[in-house]
Ligand binder design. Structure first.
Ligand SMILES: C[C@](O)(CO)[C@H](O)COP(=O)(O)OP(=O)(O)OC[C@H]1O[C@@H](n2ccc(N)nc2=O)[C@H](O)[C@@H]1O
Ligand SMILES: Nc1ncnc2c1ncn2[C@@H]1O[C@H](COP(=O)(O)OP(=O)(O)OP(=O)(O)O)[C@@H](O)[C@H]1O
Length: 283
């Protein structure tokens, strides 16, 4: 008998603003950022195995099987829960890697929530988010599934409900290493913390932008192009650049001007992740 399969979405995120407040002793940076999800992402399919083996069947360019965040998330959960079951995994990957839209972190979170369900572990979101943080600073927000104002290294989350516009996301043909941007000596690391809640309008700056734009002319070009139509912003450490539009039709109109050298996609902003919407529909 073949095992039942479960397919779950693994959405992208945007950083609507990103301030860097300082650097901790372990090298990680204290941030203030607002995360919002996109109704756009990868799809991961899971099928339970009873022999304990964890296997990702889809190959990734440049990412060995055992280093993939999907496999690392599954192994950690198996080890910490003592679950004797295994899993076969396939992914339909559409999110660019090193794009600042959280693809790897989202894949890890979808794996944690999917396996918690399929292996019937009954772990709370708190416990899954704590495990997730050991895999990446962005994993907890994907585990929680609600748009959030984030502090610390991105793990102290307060749910927020910003507007949900249509976005055009431009994908420059470069992969930006997050570690490289955070180690640049010219990075602004002393932005004063915002103490007022909700975050007042006008705080939409991304402190990584000057460093990323100087190192990657492709990102600069994308910002200049999109900036002709709407406020153009960088997400995370890039490379992706995004801007909001009041309707899908208006975002599509600008998207139609893109060429092969600079591609992009149109997606709706969402304060509830499509992963959580799908999981709720299962119960
Ligand atoms: C910049 C953001 O994309 C904003 O959403 C995230 O904070 C990055 O999250 P992420 O990709 O999950 O990052 P991680 O995989 O945890 O870290 C990658 C590298 O970025 C640097 N890093 C990351 C997050 C952070 N708050 N401070 C850092 O200095 C560290 O050098 C780390 O080795
Ligand atoms: N399942 C995965 N999907 C994407 N990248 C992965 C995955 N597993 C491991 N990686 C590694 O993680 C790196 C960062 O990938 P990711 O797509 O999360 O970057 P990002 O969009 O810049 O993320 P963030 O916004 O969290 O910084 C990749 O370059 C790749 O080497």
């Amino acid at each position: 008998m073949t095992a039942p399969r479960l397919t779950l979405p693994s959405p992208a995120k945007l950083n609507l603003m990103l301030h860097i407040l300082g650097r901790r002793e372990d090298g990680y940076h204290e941030l203030q950022t607002i995360f919002q999800f996109l109704d756009y992402g990868d799809e991961i399919t899971f099928a339970v195995r009873d022999d304990g083996v964890i296997r990702l069947h889809t190959e990734f360019d440049g990412v060995p099987h055992d280093s993939n965040l999907i496999v690392r998330a599954a192994r950690q959960l198996q080890e910490q829960s003592g679950c004797p079951l295994g899993i076969d995994i396939w992914i339909d990957k559409v999110l660019p890697m090193g794009g600042g839209i959280g693809g790897g972190s989202s894949n890890a979170a979808t794996t944690l929530l999917g396996l918690n369900h399929l292996w019937q572990l009954g772990w709370t979101e708190d416990r899954l988010a704590t495990l997730g943080l050991t895999l990446g600073a962005d994993v907890p927000v994907f585990v929680r599934g609600h748009a959030a104002f984030a502090e610390g290294v991105g793990e102290k989350l307060t749910p927020v409900d910003p507007e949900e516009p249509w976005y055009l996301v431009l994908v420059p043909q470069v992969s930006v290493s997050t570690a490289e941007i955070f180690s640049d000596p010219l990075l602004t690391r002393n932005t004063p913390p915002i103490k007022v809640r909700p975050v007042p309008k006008g705080n939409s700056r991304n402190d990584c932008l000057p460093v990323v734009a100087r190192r990657y002319p492709e990102v600069c070009n994308a910002l200049n192009l999109l900036g002709k139509f709407t406020e153009a912003k960088l997400t995370g450490t890039g490379s992706c650049v995004f801007g909001g539009f009041p309707s899908k039709a208006e975002a599509d109109k600008v998207s139609a001007l893109l060429t092969e050298t600079l591609t992009g996609f149109v997606a709706k902003g969402s304060n509830i992740s499509m992963l959580h919407r799908k999981l709720h529909s299962l119960f």
